[in-house]
Ligand binder design. Structure first.
Ligand code: MG
Length: 376
């Protein structure tokens, strides 16, 4: 029996993780954590019967503990740290924000597999997180489809014959629009992702291609590849989830329907594969697949994000915070789509970088930028 903890159980990845667990044999939900969607949490509690639950605020934890006396309830950031003190086999991190970074850093000490869906962890603190994971020999298995594809193609993370990583990108909803058209796009239009069904923030990041830049940074940390050896290729059909190119000229691709169930299940069952959840059957050769180079002029944030990765130090955290704040302003209807890049460029261009920052310095920078941009 594998015991699973899911942080962020009511979000997009969290709910899909539970759908996967439901179909797997010998997987038990040990603990759940969620933010404010208590109605959904209750349904999950009744169905999966966890032993421990953590909510964001104390009132929810108090009320729920009266309703479910057999469960131990915790709340807040400290509550998450209590959850990871329990015995488990896989910790699924599907929460957003820096709370995940703190939890992951602590959980690494448990030496149990971390199935990571949260992007900030590796983008903001990739060096610190990977060094610590190496020290404790803790596997960090990505849930993101592209990194899961690379892991599946590499077979082992230090494959000496791997030459380059080719990360595929759908190109988002504005792939075929001009910049003039993009300026006038509404929130609703930007949220219409052609292939994937995801949370709002990440869907906008797919429209600006920031998401792909963040994935390049994550791949750099996860697989210890220089930035020069990580390429982005646009593939609108989202069937090839990434390629690994080898020194002899061979390429391996991982192919599957665009469903997060597959990489989630692989992260839970890694290094094995199990039957579990199945997507609709399909033959890759029955579909047309197209590939093209990304247009860095049309999507300048893609290049900026990768450049921030190359600059290292605080730059990825600065870009991440500025982008997140700008995306929220766009979602609130306060700025137009192309203003996102104006805000992010301004922050990055005026920021002061330092190399090898401590985790406290990273968090302080993140906080400072968020506070500054909240006033827009
Ligand atoms: Mg992805």
């Amino acid at each position: 029996m594998k015991n699973i903890i899911i942080l962020g159980s009511t979000g997009s990845i969290g709910t899909q993780t539970l759908e996967v667990i439901e179909k797997l044999e010998n997987y038990k939900v040990k603990a759940l954590s969620c933010g404010k969607n208590i109605e959904l949490l209750k349904k999950q509690i009744e169905k999966f019967k966890p032993e421990y639950v953590c909510t964001q605020n104390s009132t929810d934890a108090e009320n729920l503990s009266k309703e479910y006396p057999e469960i131990d309830f915790f709340y807040g950031e400290d509550g998450l740290l209590e959850l990871i003190k329990t015995t488990y086999d896989v910790l699924v991190v599907a929460t957003s924000g820096i709370v995940s970074v703190k939890t992951v850093l602590k959980a690494i000490e448990n030496k149990k597999t971390i199935a990571l869906a949260n992007k900030e962890t590796l983008v903001m603190a990739g060096n610190i997180v990977m060094q610590k994971a190496k020290k404790y020999n803790t596997p960090i298995i990505p849930i993101d489809s592209e990194h899961s594809a690379i892991l599946q193609c590499l077979n082992k993370t230090d494959n000496p014959y791997a030459k380059r990583l080719w990360i595929t990108a759908s190109g988002g909803p504005f792939l075929n629009n001009t910049r003039e058209e993009m300026a006038n796009f509404t929130v609703k239009e930007a949220l219409k992702h052609p292939r994937w069904n995801m949370g709002k923030k990440i869907t906008i990041d797919c429209a600006t291609l920031v998401n792909k830049g963040l994935e390049v940074i994550e791949a750099h940390h996860l697989y210890n590849f220089d930035y020069e050896k990580i390429k982005v290729v646009i593939h609108p059909e989202s069937l090839v989830h990434s390629f690994v190119e080898f020194t002899d000229g061979s390429f391996l691709a991982q192919i599957g329907l665009p469903s997060m169930h597959i990489p989630i299940q692989y992260a839970l069952t890694y290094p094995k594969r199990e039957n579990g959840i199945k997507t609709d059957s399909f033959c890759p050769w029955s579909r047309q697949m197209n590939f093209m180079e990304p247009d860095f002029n049309k999507f300048p944030l893609l290049k900026l994000t990768i450049d921030c990765g190359k600059k290292d130090g605080l730059m990825p955290a600065i870009l991440n915070a500025a982008n997140e704040m700008a995306v929220y302003k766009f979602l609130e209807g306060k700025i137009n789509f192309l203003d996102i890049e104006k805000i992010v460029f301004k922050e990055v261009e005026t920021a002061k970088n330092i190399q090898n920052p401590t985790i406290e310095e990273i968090f302080a920078t993140d906080k400072e930028i968020r506070l500054k941009l909240s006033k827009i």
